[in-house]
Design a protein around this ligand. Structure first.
Ligand code: NDP
Length: 284
C-alpha cells in the first residue's frame, strides 16, 4: 500500500477560489474584509509567516496591513494599539504574531483582542465556544486539519484519534474539534509512557511535537491516517515534518506532506476566519 497524499497546497488553492467569490460579494456590499497583523521584533521566522499571510490575503482580495513594532515595545503600548484596532470599524480581523518578547505577557495580549476580531481563535471566549461546539472562530491549524480530513471523506465518527502534542494552539484544540466530530480522542505528550502502545491503536494519528522525522512506521497501525503538523528546518535549510515520510508512506492510508501539507491550510483558515469576521459585521 502506498499512502494517498493529502496535499494542503492544492486544497488551499481550491478553497481560495471560493473565498475570492465571497470577498467579491462582500465588496459589492461595500465591505472590504481587512486583516491587521501586529509583528513585534525581527524574528525571521515570524517575519516570513507574516509575509505569507499578507500574500495569501492579497490572493483572495482581502486587504491587510502589518503593524511592525520594536522588540522593546512595552506591553502597555501594545495593548493600546490593540484597543484602537478593536474600535476601528474598518478592521475585521486582528492577529498578533506569536511568540512575543519575554517581557510581554502573551495571555494579556490574546485576551485584549475583541473576540469578534480574534481570527486566530485563541481568545478564551472563542476557545470556550469551540469546546461547547458553538459557532465561532476556530483555531487555524486544527481547523485546517479537520478540513483536510473531510476533503478526502475520511471517516472521523467513532474513529480512534491519537494526538502527540498538547499545545494550546495545536494539540489540545484539534482533539476537541475531532471530539466534536464524534471521534474517540487520546492525547499523548512528553510524559506519556509507552507512546507506541497508544499510537499503534490510532486510526488517525496527528503528530505535533516539533522534532524532525521522529515518527517512524513502528508507531503506526497499518492503514492509519497520518497528519504531520511539525515544521522543522534541517541544517541544510530544508523543511521537514515530525514524521519520517519515506519510512511511513507504505504503511499509512493517507498522509500529509511537509511542506505543502498542514502549513498552507493554516493560512487558508485564517483567511476563512477573516471573511467570517467581515460577514459578521454585515449581519449586525
Ligand atoms: P509545542 O512545543 O508547544 O508542543 C510540543 C508538544 O509535543 C508538547 O505537548 C510536548 O509535550 C510534546 N512532545 C515533545 N517531545 C515529545 C516526545 N518525544 N514524545 C511525545 N510528545 C512530545 O509545539 P506546537 O504545538 O506549537 O508545535 C508543534 C510543531 O508543529 C512544531 O514543529 C511547530 O513548528 C509546528 N506547527 C505547525 C503549524 C502549521 O501550520 N503546520 C502551526 C503550529 C505549529 P509536553 O507538553 O509534555 O512538553
Amino acid at each position: 500500500m502506498v499512502a494517498e497524499i493529502i496535499n494542503g497546497k492544492e486544497l488551499s488553492s481550491e478553497l481560495k477560489l471560493n473565498m475570492k467569490e465571497k470577498v467579491s460579494d462582500l465588496k459589492k456590499n461595500k465591505i472590504v474584509p481587512h486583516l491587521t497583523v501586529i509583528l513585534v521584533g525581527d524574528n525571521p521566522a515570524s517575519k516570513s509567516y507574516v509575509n505569507g499571510k499578507k500574500k495569501a490575503c492579497a490572493e483572495t482580495g482581502i486587504s491587510s496591513d502589518i503593524i511592525e513594532m520594536a522588540d522593546s515595545i512595552s506591553e502597555e503600548k501594545l495593548l493600546s494599539t490593540i484597543n484602537k484596532l478593536n474600535q476601528d470599524q474598518s478592521v475585521h480581523g486582528i492577529l498578533v504574531q506569536l511568540p512575543l518578547p519575554d517581557h510581554i505577557n502573551e495571555q494579556h495580549i490574546i485576551e485584549a483582542i475583541d473576540p469578534k476580531k480574534d481570527v486566530d481563535g485563541f481568545h478564551p471566549v472563542n476557545i470556550g465556544k469551540m469546546m461547547t461546539g458553538a459557532d465561532t472562530f476556530l483555531p487555524c491549524t486544527p481547523f485546517g486539519i479537520v478540513t483536510m480530513l473531510k476533503s478526502k471523506d475520511i471517516n472521523i465518527s467513532g474513529q480512534h484519534v491519537v494526538i502527540i502534542g498538547r499545545s494550546n494552539i495545536v494539540g489540545k484544540p484539534v482533539g476537541q474539534l475531532l471530539l466534536n466530530e464524534n471521534a474517540t480522542v487520546t492525547y499523548c505528550h512528553s510524559k506519556t509512557e509507552d507512546l507506541r502502545s497508544f499510537t499503534t491503536n490510532a486510526d488517525i494519528l496527528i503528530v505535533a511535537i516539533g522534532k524532525a522525522n521522529v515518527l517512524t512506521e513502528e508507531y503506526l497501525k497499518p492503514g492509519a491516517v497520518v497528519i504531520d503538523v511539525g515544521i522543522n528546518r534541517l541544517d541544510n535549510g530544508r523543511l521537514t515534518g515530525d514524521v519520517d515520510f519515506e519510512n511511513v508512506k507504505n504503511k499509512a492510508s493517507f498522509i500529509t506532506p511537509v511542506p505543502k501539507g498542514v502549513g498552507p491550510m493554516t493560512i487558508t483558515m485564517l483567511l476563512q476566519n477573516t471573511i467570517k469576521a467581515a460577514e459578521g459585521l454585515e449581519k449586525q
